[in-house]
Design a protein around this ligand. Structure first.
Ligand code: ADP
Ligand code: ASP
Ligand code: MG
Length: 468
């Protein structure tokens, strides 16, 4: 089997001429050693947000914004094409395709404006346009630099269900399509450049995998192709001990176990989409996170070994913002059967997910965190589910906190080491930071706690100072 690698480039990595020059260099170098190289790309940085804002403003009837956005999209892509696709005919051909996609954006948004209504399906049709533009630009730029590259829409490769905006792939159907779609290109010595983020239902309707989902695209392709490695090229030196934007002295973590990185991704480390890890690591594929702007840096390798360096030290700290804690409390709760099951059932029934469950301070309450936007709907659903108990005062009240932040400390083996929790909470205490709740992480490699939204940066720095 020829060696196969999937390389995913994020929005910043393809968002400017200097960044794309690095990408062209990286793909060229890699192609020499890896006969089967696949590129996955995000939309240019900021473009997905712009598209989504366009569809939102269209809903409010703001057609002027649509026209402004069309102009902005054209300018962003044209400026890059001018620099990186010197041949006039090739540049014109690519810009014609991109112009057609921008027209589609305008048509969709104007339809939304006229109808005064949008659906998840139409939002996905709009959101996916960014990647559909960027693949064309990148493939043409690679060709202009002597690499045989061809743009591919993942709607021809990845089959999902119809949960628009958060679609689930069908790995079996996808594997067949990936094989049929990519093998002929490899046989010609061509580098496929595939859209991240988007996919399609069996009927061919465009879906997306959720925000930040291009990482997941790379994982799906890697797993279904049985690639040797998947590389996530981003704008920092790999997975770091904290978000370097918040904690300036964050360091790269050379090696992380599957479970550690899963916890980090689940609890807010934006550097890897949480769904990326499982398909890749379970298939025994090496997963690396690398820096497009510092390509010789080894970055981070995710290893399958169970908690390779489980020496019990804290490795990283991360935060997930815009959360609220919901509490169900009442003295009669002990006698009520299945409160937890019914509570989580009611949350699931309205399609919301609980991020974590907190250790209650007494047995008379249940406490959990979820996204702030969901809080009102969830409380209504819980009040309905427990209407009878509320009436007879077995349950006194169901309420939500103000916005809070979940801070998660990650490191395999940490929980077995006496004193870690002590030093953690001492460090927070010294900074006079109030811990609202302490939570059970979903595995043994993390400890989470809740602080008020105002305290997040101080809490991250205080915990980070404990990392050796
Ligand atoms: P891309 O567009 O390449 O997918 P993202 O913006 O999605 O990039 O993710 C990279 C960003 O994630 C970094 O710029 C960094 O600010 C942020 N980040 C948050 N937590 C971490 C962490 N623990 N390690 C590295 N980066 C992190
Ligand atoms: N462009 C998409 C987003 O911004 C997907 C990605 O970049 O991973 O969410
Ligand atoms: Mg990302």
């Amino acid at each position: 089997m020829p060696k196969t690698v999937v390389m995913k480039f994020g929005g910043t990595s393809v968002g400017s001429v200097p960044a794309l020059e690095n990408v062209i260099q990286i793909v060229g170098d890699t192609r020499q050693k890896w006969p089967q190289s696949v590129v996955v790309t995000s939309a240019l940085s900021g473009v997905t947000n712009l598209l989504l804002e366009g569809s939102q403003r269209a809903l409010d009837g703001d057609t002027e914004f649509i026209a402004q956005t069309e102009a902005q999209l054209l300018e962003r892509h044209q400026a890059i094409a001018n620099e990186l696709i010197p041949d006039n005919d090739q540049r014109a051909a690519v810009m014609q395709d991109i112009g057609g996609l921008i027209d589609t954006f305008g048509d969709l948004c104007r339809a939304i404006a006229v109808l005064g209504h949008s659906t998840s399906q139409s939002i996905d049709a709009v959101a996916s346009l960014g990647e559909r533009m960027s693949v064309r630009l990148l493939a043409a730029a690679l060709r202009s630099h002597g690499l045989d590259a061809q743009s591919i829409e993942a709607s021809d490769l990845i089959v999902t269900d119809d949960r628009f905006q958060a679609a689930h792939p069908d790995f079996e159907l996808t594997a067949q399509k990936v094989q049929a779609g990519l093998q002929p290109l490899f046989d010609q010595g061509c580098v496929p450049v595939v859209t991240g983020f988007l996919a399609a239902t069996e009927d061919g309707i465009i879906t997306t995998l959720g925000r930040g989902g291009s990482d997941y695209t790379a994982a799906i392709l890697g797993a279904t192709m049985e690639a040797d490695e998947v590389w996530i090229w981003t704008d920092v030196d790999g997975v770091m001990s904290s978000d370097p934007r918040v904690v300036p002295d964050a360091q790269t973590i050379e090696e992380l176990s599957y479970r550690e990185v899963s916890e980090l991704a689940h609890f807010g480390a934006k550097v890897l989409h949480p769904k990326t890890i499982r398909p890749v690591v379970e298939a025994g594929i090496t997963l690396r996170v690398l820096n497009t702007f510092n390509a010789s840096h080894p970055g981070t390798q995710i290893v399958h070994k169970r908690d390779a360096s489980a020496n019990g030290s804290i490795k990283a700290v991360t935060a997930i913002k815009d959360q609220r804690m919901i509490t169900i409390e009442g003295r009669g709760m002990l006698g009520v059967p299945g409160v937890a099951a019914r509570a989580f059932g009611a949350v699931a029934a309205i399609d919301e997910s609980v991020i974590l469950i907190s250790q209650a301070s007494s047995e008379q309450s249940i406490c959990f965190a979820l996204h702030a936007q969901a809080a009102d709907r969830v409380i209504t659903a819980l009040e309905q589910a427990f209407a009878a108990e509320l009436q007879i005062r077995d349950i006194d009240r169901i309420w939500a906190t103000e916005d809070v932040v979940i801070v998660t400390v990650v490191g395999a083996g940490m929980r077995n080491i006496p004193g870690i929790a002590g030093s953690l909470f001492t460090a927070l205490g010294q900074e006079k930071l109030n811990v609202i709740a302490i939570a059970q992480g979903s595995s043994e490699v993390s400890i989470s706690f809740i602080v008020s939204a105002d305290d997040v940066e101080d809490a991250l720095r205080a915990v980070h100072s404990l990392i050796k």
